[in-house]
Design a binder for this molecule. Structure first.
Ligand SMILES: *Cc1c(COP(=O)(O)O)cnc(C)c1O
Ligand SMILES: [Zn+2]
Length: 503
């Protein structure tokens, strides 16, 4: 819709202008730092940072109902820079001018309700939010759009030039970083570090296709992360891991979209999210807090984080009920089908601890929970979901398994409805599906195939056919007719099809 066709009172608010005053806030010593420099940890104490708007109160001066109208009308604008995560510009990056925004189609992912059959099986009303429908096929694009828009803004300001963006990755961060960096050629180049053989072939293909310099190194993600941290401390590179607070800011849009999808009524809503490096749950919590503080939503939804028993440091931390006694210890990960979350020492843990406390305090009750699921449950539920019309990745399966576990724990009530984060597209992790269907999971995964979930193609090539078609050598006449009849008859036999009467 054209600007002049919107209601008069809303027109001045539709196209966001740069506003606010963002700073990096240290979660360790509370110091603040200006954003004209790329900063990942506190120079004074080494803790992780979060971005904070010192003028956030100006957003509270606008009534929640007005914000809701602004976002709902803004959604009808056909201006690319506000189509993605910057639809929520005032919350996601108010200082970024729209001409610096990199929009590659990220965000506005659909929320798909499960069919009756699956909801009955699970026992709750639930939906998948399909983050696999982002441009690089995972939610990481939300944060990358934010981080790269900020870098483009710094370039435009003359603060930086010839940026080399680096990241360590379990697969999706590098796919996303390489994609967004490629768009900003030649000002931005990218280089990604992957744990050798610990990302899927599809995820390896992505940064290669985008032209990034790709390094495979021995070890697991946590080792890669250490190397990248060393690079970013000692060399002039831009770190694109979720240690980078701009990533978190962009990923908050996930929460804003859920709020908007449900017309800002989050009463009796539950959000389920897998936890790896814990950037995503950090962003989701922070996003809901900001919408709550500004009266855009009136209820903080329940949030359930899910971890596999093969990589569960956050789950273990919250096992201790007494907050004063909780101690964080990293774990050594074991192979996991939720491979993008196979992380033993999450970088965002301090952010999680800080934000979970704030969230529960504001809600005046426990609203954040963490559950643990098995590898077997992750695979089984992923396959069951997809046999009911979804395109959930293994992490989507992990969320569904987490929902079932949370239900068993009595943490979800019948009247609540649940949004599961399918963080990537199923196709990225199809290798795990192959292993399941062929029942050849290496022992360490602890997954065996349930026959009723196995599927495999059947080759139909009748032995009595003398001639079969091949590329460049098509059949014709009688040979073609015979081929068609024999193959069709065999398929009809396998499927048990009945002949049409009178045919
Ligand atoms: C990165 C990723 C995760 C984990 O998210 P964190 O922010 O690291 O906790 C989960 N699923 C997929 C598909 C991912 O790419
Ligand atoms: Zn500090």
């Amino acid at each position: 819709m054209k600007l002049q066709d919107f209601p008069k009172d809303i027109q001045p608010h539709l196209i966001p202008r740069p506003s606010g005053r963002l700073i990096y806030r240290c979660l360790g010593c509370n110091r603040e730092y200006g954003i004209e420099k790329l900063l990942y940890t506190c120079p004074a104490c080494g803790q992780v940072l979060l971005l904070e708007d010192l003028e956030f109160d100006r957003l509270k001066a606008v009534p929640g109902a007005t914000w809701r109208r602004i976002f709902d009308f803004r959604r009808m604008l056909n201006i690319p820079s506000v189509k993605g995560v910057y639809l929520f510009h005032e919350f996601v990056g108010p200082v970024i001018p729209l001409n610096a925004v990199v929009y590659l189609g990220e965000g506005h992912t659909p929320v798909i309700e499960a069919n009756d059959r699956l909801q009955e099986q699970v026992g709750f009303r639930f939906y998948f939010k399909n983050e696999g429908q982002n441009p690089s096929a995972s939610f990481k694009d939300r944060g990358m759009a934010s981080a790269l828009s900020y870098i483009r803004y710094l370039i435009q300001q003359g603060h930086v030039s010839d940026v080399l963006a680096v990241c360590a990755s379990t697969g999706d961060t590098s796919a996303s970083a390489a994609l967004y960096a490629a768009y900003l050629q030649p000002d931005v180049k990218s280089s990604v570090l992957l744990p050798h053989k610990k990302v899927t072939p599809q995820q390896l293909a992505q940064p290669l296709g985008s032209g990034a310099v790709v390094f495979e190194i021995p070890g697991v993600f946590d080792d890669c992360m250490k190397v990248v941290e060393s690079l970013s401390e000692n060399y002039n590179v831009a770190l694109l891991n979720s240690k980078n607070a701009w990533r978190i800011l962009g990923q908050e849009s996930y929460s804003y979209e859920i709020a908007q999808w449900f017309d800002y009524d989050l009463e009796d809503k539950v959000i389920v999210v897998p936890i790896g490096n814990a950037g995503n749950i950090t962003a989701i919590i922070n996003g809901f807090l900001k919408f709550y503080d500004t009266g855009i939503i009136e209820t903080l939804p329940k949030i359930i984080g899910v971890q596999s028993g093969h990589a569960d440091p956050v789950y273990r931390y919250y096992l201790e009920p007494d907050e004063a006694k909780r101690r964080f210890s990293p774990v050594h990960v074991k192979p996991s089908v939720a491979q993008a979350a196979m992380i033993g020492n999450p970088v965002s843990m301090p952010r999680v601890i800080h934000l979970v406390r704030t969230y529960n305090e504001k809600a005046r009750m426990q609203k954040v929970f963490v559950v643990q699921v098995t590898e077997q449950e992750i695979m089984d539920w992923q396959l069951i979901a997809n046999r009911n019309g979804h395109v959930a990745c293994t992490h989507g399966g992990e969320c569904l398994a987490g929902l079932v576990r949370a239900g068993q724990n009595g943490w979800i009530q019948k009247q609540e409805s649940v949004v599961l984060d399918s963080t990537a597209h199923a196709l990225k992790f199809s290798g795990f599906q192959d292993m399941y269907f062929e029942d050849r999971f290496p022992k360490e995964y602890e997954v065996t195939s349930r026959p009723e979930l196995v599927n495999s193609p059947r080759l139909v090539c009748p032995a009595d056919l003398k001639q079969i078609p091949e590329p460049g050598r098509p059949l014709s006449g009688e040979a073609l007719e015979r081929y068609v009849q024999r193959v069709a008859a065999e398929i009809a036999g396998i499927l048990g099809l009945k002949r049409k009467s009178g045919g």
